[in-house]
Design a protein around this ligand. Structure first.
Ligand code: ATP
Ligand code: MG
Length: 410
């Protein structure tokens, strides 16, 4: 059995990050190494924009599935390592060709050992002639059916056997912290993922109607957080009871304004959590015009409840696009499970679509806002999810109850 070697190429944008470049690259490399934890991966080489790992036998399928979800990875490839000479590369190519059929191909040589006696075009010509003779296939520089990438390094050569795209993006945490409002629906997990992909460290907040209604939405939020941990490796979820806030709104506010007011209190509580967490922005899954609560007038009235920027990465996306992305990141099957979420609780038949701020503020005068926020914060639970199998850190001076989740640890 030959060794399993994986070449991981980092996202091209990481090379452009100016003064932050060393920091971003370092973080991306740590993130990739963490993703391969438990698979017996040893780092064989560390280049500016790429890493080479040797894997334990049998670990490849799991490594492939993890790397496909590892932010900061542009692409990865299974490679064969040979001595840096053409005969050795030809022998390796012969082995690969034995199992393949194609009508056209190209060789792409990348030479980082400038002492190697042949130039890249020369290597491509020589190996191209070899493959052509063996297979009868035509060389085609554009649109070839099969590409063979060969890298000449000091002391070794690598032949890519199979190449896979990664998700790209920036590694978690390089862009600072954001608090994302996570419902049990399809949109908000995708919104949170979009910010993770831009390097934000996302902290999740879910508002649930338990114990007034079932705990189904709370369970869904927990399952979604566990799934999202796959991209960030460590993620905190605040589970906030919301029925007390709702009870007051139902009594004091005009019926059509209930949902707008629910949303304003959600933003206020999320803002308080952002302060504790040191987060500088909030994130929601709103998409313009998707439902009655997401008209521009309503979004405007809701937004006035906080001074933090509220990011809405899905504002210009339609439901089809959002659903496709939810499927890709694996949150979709969880999001479509049935639940009883807090906003359907006493939701008005005819919600306002053009909320007026004056009406909102008038109703809120009758609400004990500070007390409601303090109570919600006090009664919340906080759960931390770690992936793959990393031990959650206990935070000092924890105010809230922390449960530990994640796969069993050895
Ligand atoms: P989603 O699919 O994310 O539930 P939606 O299309 O159902 O979104 P709304 O119900 O109007 O839209 O919610 C808009 C946004 O408000 C959500 O994307 C989410 O960010 C936030 N939100 C709504 N309900 C909750 C909740 N119970 N807990 C936390 N955030 C919520
Ligand atoms: Mg929803």
């Amino acid at each position: 059995m030959t060794e399993t070697l994986i070449l991981v190429n980092l996202f091209h944008e990481l090379a452009l990050k100016g003064q932050n470049r060393p920091l971003f690259l370092k973080r991306a490399k740590v993130h990739v190494r963490e993703a391969l934890k438990g698979l017996g991966a040893t780092l064989e080489a560390d280049w500016a924009m790429a890493l080479l790992f040797r894997l334990e036998e049998g670990a490849w399928p799991e490594a492939q599935s993890r790397l496909q979800d590892t932010l900061g990875v542009e692409s990865f490839a299974r490679v064969l390592r040979t001595p840096p000479d053409l005969q050795a590369l030809e022998a390796a190519l012969a082995g690969v060709l034995a199992g393949e059929r194609f009508a056209s191909f190209r060789i792409t040589a990348k030479r980082s050992d400038k002492a190697f006696p042949l130039t890249s075009p020369e290597i491509e010509r020589r190996l191209g002639a070899f493959v052509k003779e063996r297979t009868g296939a035509q060389v085609r520089l554009r649109g070839a059916e099969r590409e063979f990438v060969v890298r000449i390094l000091p002391g070794a050569a690598l032949l890519e056997v199979a190449h896979y795209p990664g998700p790209g993006g920036l590694p978690p945490g390089v862009s600072g912290k954001v608090v994302a409002l996570l419902s049990g629906g399809i949109d908000s997990p995708v919104a949170a993922y979009r910010l993770m992909r831009r390097g934000a460290e996302v902290v999740l907040v879910h508002f649930h109607p338990f114990p007034l209604l079932s705990g189904a939405s709370r369970e869904k939020a927990m399952a979604l957080a566990e799934r999202l941990a796959r991209f960030q490796h460590r993620i905190r979820l605040h589970l906030v009871p919301f029925s007390e806030v709702q009870r007051h709104i139902i009594v004091e506010a005009p019926t059509p304004y209930r949902v707008v007011l629910y949303r304003r209190y959600m933003l206020r509580i999320a803002e308080a959590i952002a302060k504790e967490e040191g987060a500088l922005a909030l994130c929601t899954g709103d998409s313009l015009g998707q439902v009655a609560s997401q008209t521009l007038e309503n979004l405007h009235a809701v937004n006035q409840a906080t001074t933090l920027p509220v990011f809405r990465p899905l504002i210009g996306s339609d439901k089809q696009e959002i659903m496709a992305e939810a499927k890709r990141i694996g949150t979709y099957p969880i999001s479509i499970l049935p639940d009883e979420e807090c906003c359907t609780l006493f939701a008005p038949k005819h919600p306002v679509t053009r909320a007026r701020l004056a009406v909102v503020l008038e109703a809120e005068k009758r609400l004990p806002t500070e007390e409601l926020i303090a109570l919600a914060l006090k009664e919340r639970e906080v759960v931390t999810y770690a992936w793959p199998g990393r031990k959650p850190l206990k935070e000092a001076g924890e105010k809230a109850f922390i449960m530990e989740h994640g796969p069993p640890r050895g």
